[in-house]
Design a protein around this ligand. Sequence first.
Ligand SMILES: Nc1ncnc2c1ncn2[C@@H]1O[C@H](COP(=O)(O)OP(=O)(O)OP(=O)(O)O)[C@@H](O)[C@H]1O
Ligand SMILES: [Mg+2]
Length: 267
Amino acid sequence: MLRLDKLTKTYKTGDQALKAVELEIPQGQVVALIGPSGAGKSTLIRCINRLVEPTSGKVWLGDTELTELGAGALRRERRRMGMIFQEYALVERLTVMENVLSGRLGYVGFWRSLTRRFPQKDVDEAFRLLDRVGLVHMADKRADELSGGQRQRVGICRALIQDPALLLVDEPTASLDPKTSRQIMRLICELCAERGLAAIINIHDVALAQMFVARVIGLRAGAVEFDGPPDALTPDVLTTIYGEEDWVATIDKVEDEEDTLDPEAVA
Ligand SMILES: Nc1ncnc2c1ncn2[C@@H]1O[C@H](COP(=O)(O)OP(=O)(O)OP(=O)(O)O)[C@@H](O)[C@H]1O
Ligand SMILES: [Mg+2]
């Protein structure tokens, strides 16, 4: 459903961030994208919705080739791709509800958005989503009054209210403590499963990726170095992706976490 065909990005500085990346992600599949700093993870995510313009290669979302679209058509297609960032990117002085509804701006007409008058069905859906992530009682709070984990939940609702076919997630847990990180990862993966949504989750924490997704893609220096199930990420493979380190410790950590993981603790 998402297909990257020889996707290449060379920045003006000469940095080759992506080197002819080939990738297919079927409908409903959640993929973790791992790799060292500078491997090209953010560039890959941003080339898909063309926040970064690819140098060459093609991106297909379903039957649509995103890389050949003009500005208007691209704007419409972007509605099908929800984005969740590390830095939450909420509007601080707006309420939780207003931040969630801002995800509908790609649909609501200009004048309506200017006066912030959204159709009742959008407001109802925003309440449903906030309820799903456990924040409905905070709908009227200002974004700057929330904790990091709560802000990320608002970011998730804002991405989902677009009713996307694909979620692009760039380091959703980088600013969160370990427990909150796990809750947010679990929430994103559950919501994708409930909605049959495909997702690419760019994540630094290998152990966290291994806990929640069925497919991991390892990027190194702009090329796919690994593509497989999490249990195939052996110390040797991790060394190829990241270089030398003590991966046995990481793998032990995953096994410990699996022993103690409480599947009910979603809240
Ligand atoms: N706007 C830019 N202009 C020039 N070079 C860039 C730009 N953005 C990224 N790069 C370069 O492209 C390469 C890939 O960067 P990218 O941000 O995609 O990596 P990343 O895997 O997301 O890293 P991190 O884990 O640190 O977020 C790096 O060499 C980086 O310096
Ligand atoms: Mg990045």
